[in-house]
Design a protein around this ligand. Sequence first.
Ligand code: ATP
Length: 342
Amino acid sequence: MHTANLAINCRGVSKTFNATTVLDQVDFQLPQGSLGALLGPSGCGKTTLLRLIAGFETLDQGQIWLGEREIANSKSQVPPEQRQIGMVFQEYALFPHLTVGQNIGYGLGRQANKQQRIDELLELVGLEGLAQRMPHELSGGQQQRVALARALAPKPQLLLLDEPFSNLDAGLRDQVRTATKQILRQVGATALFVTHDQEEALSLADQVTVMLGGKVLQSASPHELYLRPTSQAVAQFVGEANFLPGVARENRVECALGQLLLTKPMHGPVTLMIRPEALNLVPDPRGRGQILGQRFYGHDQLLDLQIGDLMIAARTGPRLDLAPKMQVSVSVQGPVVAFQSI
Ligand code: ATP
């Protein structure tokens, strides 16, 4: 395997706490310069993986490389402070008795040009003029930016962020996410963040890694993950999905929606995954579908359809021509993903 452009490379990493396996033979890679998300439900092991990379936990099996340097295996560990990794914690963990400027400069020790570096970072995160403030005099969004600036100050090889946006209220969160991404891009940082919010992972990251029960299920670009999930579990966890039975033959499949094209040739009984927005609805008194329910959100709407004894969800833009009780014809846009039924 070519590892030259990898910022992180975890091979066969396992971790057990009190006889419970929290990470089970995890392989995980992140290319240099990219922004990665570890996504999964509570308890799937994502924070443990982040803490192993940071060096706050020891691993039972496997190896971790940071660039070309092996930083951990089951026998030896590079101490966290020698890993050149920056951390941003969920609670920001700013030093309450230090000013903004002192917080940002904390990791710089006595290095020459320290003040210049602090000023650069204040400008980078848009907090010029606030160097003398204390953390409690800042808004949540500003505190988050100080935490980011403090982590970036020593120019770490890698930045790890643990649920970095979860303490912000919904209105501010989107703005802070976008600003954080811009800042990371501007300095060319490689960063990995943990989240259980799929929208956050999809909208921010270059690479999203879905974890479940201590295993990595899939690591891919947001588009790939959403449009080409490799398992039913990923399809179910990321976005909304309809699952329906079908019978495949080569590139085609027969199902309640008629004959559809598959993304790859398959044979025999399969489970199809169709995203609600991939369904086209046309009012048609002789159509196979009936609209049973409608949830209108303005920018879009979700419609519950009955087709034979199957219930599926469709998402469309706002339309005046669709309403409950109507019959509709239903077609599917583009080829569909199928999983072999067991
Ligand atoms: P969350 O989003 O809730 O933080 P997570 O996916 O990040 O979840 P982890 O924090 O990695 O999950 O925890 C995975 C499992 O390991 C959990 O069941 C947790 O209780 C357990 N665990 C984590 N740290 C320890 C520890 N130090 N001692 C014992 N068990 C632990």
